[in-house]
Design a binder for this molecule. Structure first.
Ligand code: SAM
Length: 349
């Protein structure tokens, strides 16, 4: 227990803690030390962001994917997934609704859909950029070439989310087929950062075969890479994937990791993700109270929301839905925070 106190002291100073002690702390997810860390994480987040909560309008614009990640409900081998792709007109209409509601960031997320050549995807980006010069455009469309990322940046995209999924190559190989490698994923992340995107990496908490050592490697990678955004969410099984019978990640572990990440990367843009809201009805609030500062309501057309099913029981209504922003605002106000209409960029200073 002496060791745990030392770890807490190191984290409170923003230092990367001694690994064995961190492992011990992570193995007691309900240890009272977590309460101390959570409070400290809230304090650090207030230093840069006050009590503001940034909102991002999530547009899930294609669920067609050439990859076969073992955990993902839209993997190419899932024949039961009902596939769709939004037209430019549909995407622009989502942006129009979102802008009216107060969104100043649009996140275009999708599977790795071969239809979206550089030319087609740049057209989507450029058309949004033209209509909404005051908004940030975030892309989350997987692994592409450096040239492709450069074209997307030049077309007007500002941010890119590409979770590294796990920083351990052995673990990576247990979650993905052999054509997908950690080395390539990491190359993409480094290309994105060099090009000038505000770059986001991240991982699932409680993914199959994940060990505490793996989580520590993930945290070490975050500190080394210094991303502007970090997306973490619990793994949740999907019934039509090879991991259908694996247990989901836990709320405690999720919330504890959010606090550690906030302490290690004080300025990071850190969402309380949809998956967190899915495993617990108060997941988003608990995430914000642990140091998160972003929520990403769903702006996709209601007709396709159920089709972007990465995992079972994914929420897409209530506070999760862009059209219920009033509900989300109330929830945030109830815990002492407020949703703001702003691009919510990574602070320069
Ligand atoms: N294709 C893009 C990519 O690879 O980054 C973006 C879409 S991908 C579906 C977005 C994220 O969903 C992945 O990075 C993964 O961490 C998460 N995800 C997929 N299946 C999941 C599951 N069963 N439970 C929780 N998160 C999942």
């Amino acid at each position: 227990m002496e060791r745990i106190h030392k770890i807490v002291a190191q984290l409170l100073k923003g230092e990367f803690p001694e690994k064995e002690g961190l492992k011990e702390l992570l193995s007691f997810p309900t240890h009272p030390a977590w309460e101390v860390l959570k409070q400290a994480a809230r304090h650090v987040r207030k230093r840069y962001y006050g009590t503001d909560v940034y909102i991002r309008g999530l547009i899930e614009f294609t669920n067609i994917c050439k990859n076969d990640c073992y955990y993902c409900g839209i993997r190419k081998s899932n024949q039961k997934a009902e596939r769709y792709r939004l037209t430019l007109k549909q995407v622009l209409s989502c942006c129009k609704t979102g802008y009216r509601l107060g969104f100043r960031t649009f996140v275009l997320q999708g599977g790795e859909d071969g239809y979206f050549t550089d030319e087609k995807l740049c057209l989507y980006v450029a058309q949004i950029r033209k209509r909404y010069p005051d908004c940030a455009i975030t892309l989350s469309v997987g692994e592409r070439s450096r040239e492709s990322y450069q074209k997307l940046f030049d077309a007007g995209a500002n941010r890119y989310l590409l979770r590294h999924e796990t920083a351990n190559s052995g673990h990576y190989a247990k979650l993905h087929p052999s054509e997908l490698t950690l080395k390539h994923r990491m190359q993409c992340l480094s290309d994105l950062k060099q090009i000038g995107f505000q770059t986001g990496c991240g991982f699932m908490v409680g993914s199959p075969f994940q060990t505490l050592d793996n989580l520590i490697e993930d945290l070490e990678f975050l500190v080394q890479f210094q991303p502007e955004m970090v997306g973490i969410g619990p793994f949740i099984p999907h019934c039509d994937t090879p991991f259908a019978d694996e247990p989901a990640g836990t709320l405690e572990m999720m919330v504890n990791l959010l606090s550690i990440i906030r302490l290690l990367l004080p300025k990071v843009l850190l969402p309380a993700t949809t998956a967190l809201g899915t495993i617990d009805p108060n997941g988003r609030e608990l995430g914000i109270l642990a140091g998160a500062n972003v929520v990403m309501p769903n702006l996709s057309p209601i007709a396709v929301r159920k089709k972007y099913l990465l995992y079972n029981n994914k929420i897409s209504t209530g506070a999760e839905a862009a059209e219920s922003l009033a509900d989300l605002k109330q929830r945030m106000e109830r815990i002492g925070y407020q949703v703001v209409t702003s691009r919510g960029d990574y602070p320069k200073e």
